[in-house]
Design a protein around this ligand. Sequence first.
Ligand code: HEM
Length: 450
Amino acid sequence: MTQPVDAPYRRGLPWVGQTLRYVRDPLAMMRDQHDRYGPVSEMDFIGDRWTVLLGPDACEAAFRNADKAFASGPGWGRLVGPFFDRGLMLLDFEEHHRHRRIMQAAFTRDHLAGYTAALQEPVRRTIAAWEPGPDVQVYPALKSLTLDVATEVFMGGVEPTDPGELDRVNAAFIDCVQAATALVRLDVPFTRWGRALRGRRLLEDFFARHLPGRRDGDGTDLFSVLCRLRDEDGSTFSDDDVVNHMIFLLMAAHDTSTITSSTMVQLLGQHPEWQERCRAEAMALPEHPTLDDLDTLVDIPLVMKEALRLVPPVPVVARRTVKETEVLGRRIPADRLVVVMMHLSHHLPELWPDPERFDPERFAEHRREDKAHRHAWDPFGGGVHKCLGLFFAGAEVSSILVHLLRHHRWSVEPDYRAPLSYLSLPFPKDGQPVHLSPLPQGATWHARTS
Ligand code: HEM
């Protein structure tokens, strides 16, 4: 048997390494790293040496994790800090398996149908109230909408102890998300890190205070459901588990759905023929679509898949090896940070013809370009940590688009390229401006009832 050899190491500036190149243009950085060093290489990144996995075969090896060498918690922990401690994605092996089995019961079809019903009216009401204009910043508007949805669906019916409590919870949550990528990582007042540590404590107090009521009640929101979950062996979550999972779930569900819907708005603004196709099927649904209604959509899911291919909200995932292992003939030592860069696979011309072109039909049954490789399209990751909320994300994002298409028409310059910041998950630094005009509501009604 051939012995694995060390992976090639790309030297860079001390501490900084490839950080700046990644933040400036991650796809260009990944392409260059792949072309010059192959699918398994090493580089310095935010102060540590990382092994980089690029291309579908290398990503597959980490997701399959055949010899259980890759752990998620100590990898992600290095990136997102202590703010999402003991969330499902940061647990490993047996413990992860046990928690995932319990949590899965909160994402059954029945529960998803309930969450989908709960989000319709807040989404419809908010989107109907959007002010038309030539320069509407959709990204912040969508961000605030998805946070409201998360508050409603995840914690619906929580009675705040005072009128400002939910605002403080939202602010604390935003502080935690923003600090995850802070460069200064010290508990000092007025730093992002210090604010986020206080935010985490506030979130812990909030959920712990409302928990007894949820355990005893019969609510259908995610918080109540987590409190009452029991797997087939009768295992349940402790109070601390529920609090940790809720804080992580808020984070997992929020920016990811915002980025996906914002990219879809951009692409549909640049491709009016697709906007009209999607509008036609949105108009055919009832005012408050159910999960079954959303399942009848064809074009909106195609656009969603293409948006996730072009701009994956989670472009990379982090791991750390708990023992020495090997990927594609390259040795990876124990206790090494590993970054699995799925984003590159989405743009490889050997998997996707004309990869930079917006072409949602590449996912249609008669083409299925995503089947070129098991890991050609990995926006939700793979293996045991594959996104648990992917069906909820599909229902939420489709609902947002359905209501948007029914109330507004919009356009975006054909040559517009969103200036994405990759300091955390990718978001458009300019707020993603669109020219938004109202759709005559008579036309909406007519199309829906004819
Ligand atoms: C378009 C939206 C979303 C995208 C692109 C996305 C992406 C991902 C990715 C890539 C992972 C894997 C991380 C890893 O392997 O380390 C993940 C994990 C996870 N996501 Fe999502 N996510 C989305 C929405 C959601 C939503 C809405 C929820 C909850 C309602 C959610 C809950 C989770 C959970 C619980 C995990 C951890 C699973 C585990 O470790 O077993 N996600 N997500």
